[in-house]
Ligand binder design. Structure first.
Ligand SMILES: [Mg+2]
Length: 258
């Protein structure tokens, strides 16, 4: 009996959400009705401690959250490792294999994959400021990224209802160039990069900077990113809501969900 009631309640919620979504879409005309299956999307969206009523700001990760161009993402790691090999005066293949092994081993022993910058700083003794400079000099987001009209329209709509910020482990200049290449830079204020704190995610320091800048508290924030351990685990622990992005389409349709 109890199971039956639960099932009926569940079914009612699905129907209710479907109607709500269709009405919402009709009123905003942002997404055509055939773009998504609202039932599946709602059910599988991975959220953590979400309190939409209190939310005033969205803090986005950038890489593989606001674009899904793997060529650009992979170029970042490759360029940094090539630069590392050059600085160490060793062969590129050898250094790449060594760094991959270091990160794999750390993941096995500690249960989480360390960042590339953190691995290089710890194992090879480079200052994090120097690694930031490498990134500023080497990365070319404009070569890989272009305007995504649907993403642009979604962020334009969300920016009317929320303050929108970005926290990234890239330097601010690269973050702004990345957002600019996607033609969404104007929606983000502030953009906190590695050169603001020299403390890469996962850390609350860059998130605290955003909250201070915007004059809000953790309960007013939803953190959004593609890596739970890096982008969401600490923010959620300290009172923010979290949304885990597993496909760019989820960001493109975020205005319906929020
Ligand atoms: Mg990311």
């Amino acid at each position: 009996m109890f199971t039956k009631i639960k099932f009926l309640t569940f079914s009612f919620n699905i129907l209710h959400f479907k109607n709500e979504l269709l009405n919402y879409r009709e009123s905003r005309k942002v997404i055509s009705a055939d773009k998504i299956n609202p039932n599946c999307w709602k059910i599988f969206m991975k959220t953590f401690s979400l309190n939409k009523e209190k939310a005033k700001a969205l803090i986005f990760d950038i890489d593989l959250t606001l674009y899904d161009n793997l060529d650009y993402y992979n170029s970042q790691e490759r360029l940094v490792m090539e630069k590392l090999a050059h600085e160490l005066k060793r062969s590129c293949d050898e250094v790449i294999a060594e760094v991959v092994k270091l990160r794999d081993d750390a993941q096995r022993h500690q249960g989480r994959r360390p960042t590339l910058g953190g691995t290089i700083a710890r194992h090879y003794g480079f200052d994090i400021r120097e690694i930031v400079r490498w990134r500023e000099e080497l990365f070319e987001p404009e070569q890989y990224l272009e305007k995504d009209q649907e993403l642009h329209d979604t962020l334009a709509e969300l920016s009317g209802r929320y303050m929108i910020a970005a926290v990234t482990n890239n330097p601010v200049s690269i973050a702004r160039r990345t957002l600019n290449a996607l033609d969404i830079e104007r929606f983000f204020q502030p953009v906190i990069g590695l050169d603001c704190t020299y403390t890469p995610k996962p850390s609350m320091i860059p998130y605290n900077m955003v909250m201070q800048d915007l004059g809000i508290h953790a309960e007013n924030v939803i953190a959004i990113g593609d890596r739970y351990e890096v982008d969401l685990e600490l923010p959620v622990k300290y009172g923010m809501g979290g949304i885990l992005i597993e496909a760019l389409d989820e960001v493109r349709q975020l205005n319906i969900f929020l």
